[in-house]
Ligand binder design. Structure first.
Ligand code: PTJ
Length: 248
């Protein structure tokens, strides 16, 4: 479908088109379209813009990713369809890897997503066909299948558009989780160390810029940013913004 840039909902329609195109390529799951609908509803209430609370979370996330011994970017069907180039760019800047980890798991879809990402940059993507797999305990979905050299051995993991189970399991394993979730009351949002309540499409370019900006600062500066960051406060602000959106 051709989208007229003058259409009042052009941006939102473009995002939908990306997901539908991902579905046709076998990247987005059918369920991913439904999950996006939930995200859209929250985004609508947030005025479809990046708020101050999200900028604060992005700043802390950038610092945490820079501080990490082994950061990792976890990508699923929706995030690949919506922001593949940005995930690759971020992996390159951080000199780290992307692991494809799916809720609606199929070997075929993992491979399709890996191949799609590898066409942009083959060095940034872990190869599930070659890497050793490990099961993360207490996860009730196929998200439990992780790569030993990836999520399993990483200390800071970026998880966009997540279901809550894995975030909680990773936190129990002592890992720091950075979530991107438009719903501040989801289990993922509540269990993550840092929650970016923003659309993945808007926040990824901002996160890339922030990582670049902070990379020239000293470790102590990153530490201060993380120390002064309060995820509860950020979630409260997001929740209040949604409530006031509803009142309007
Ligand atoms: O590709 P798969 O198989 O791994 O599946 C991906 C989905 C997203 C279907 C899967 O992880 C899932 O079922 O997720 P949930 O439990 O529906 O949670 C997705 C969360 O992401 C919800 O809280 C949505 O509000 C939120 N969300 C949806 N679209 C966006 C979003 N958050 C940020 N940006 C979005 N564009």
């Amino acid at each position: 479908m051709t989208i007229d840039p003058k259409h009042p909902r052009a941006k939102s329609l473009l995002i939908r088109e990306k997901l539908v195109s991902g579905l046709k390529k076998g990247i987005t799951s059918e369920e991913g379209l439904i999950a996006h609908g939930r995200g859209e509803a929250f985004d609508y209430l947030l005025g479809e813009k990046t708020h101050r609370f999200a900028l604060k979370a992005i700043e802390a996330a950038a610092a945490l990713l820079l501080m990490a011994k082994k950061p990792l970017l976890s990508v699923n069907g929706n995030s690949c369809s919506l922001a593949a180039y940005e995930f690759i760019k971020l992996a390159q800047i951080l000199n780290t890897k992307i692991e494809v980890n799916l809720f609606h798991y199929s070997k075929k879809r993992v491979q399709l997503i890996e191949n799609y990402l590898r066409k942009i940059d083959r060095n940034s993507v872990l190869n599930s066909g070659k890497e050793m797999k490990i099961t993360i305990p207490e996860i009730a979905s196929n998200r439990k299948i992780a790569l030993r050299n990836g999520i399993f051995s990483s200390d800071v993991i970026l998880v966009p558009l997540e279901d809550g189970d894995r975030t909680q399991a990773l936190a129990r394993m002592g890992k720091k989780v950075i979530a991107v979730d438009l719903n501040p009351i989801s289990r993922t949002a509540q269990s993550a160390s840092i929650t970016i309540v923003d659309n993945v499409v808007r926040c990824m370019p901002l996160l890339i810029t922030k990582v670049r900006e902070l990379s020239i600062k000293k470790r102590g500066y990153w530490q201060e940013l993380i120390k002064s960051y309060d995820n509860r406060k950020i979630l409260r602000s997001a929740y209040k913004t949604i409530l006031s959106g509803l009142k309007k």
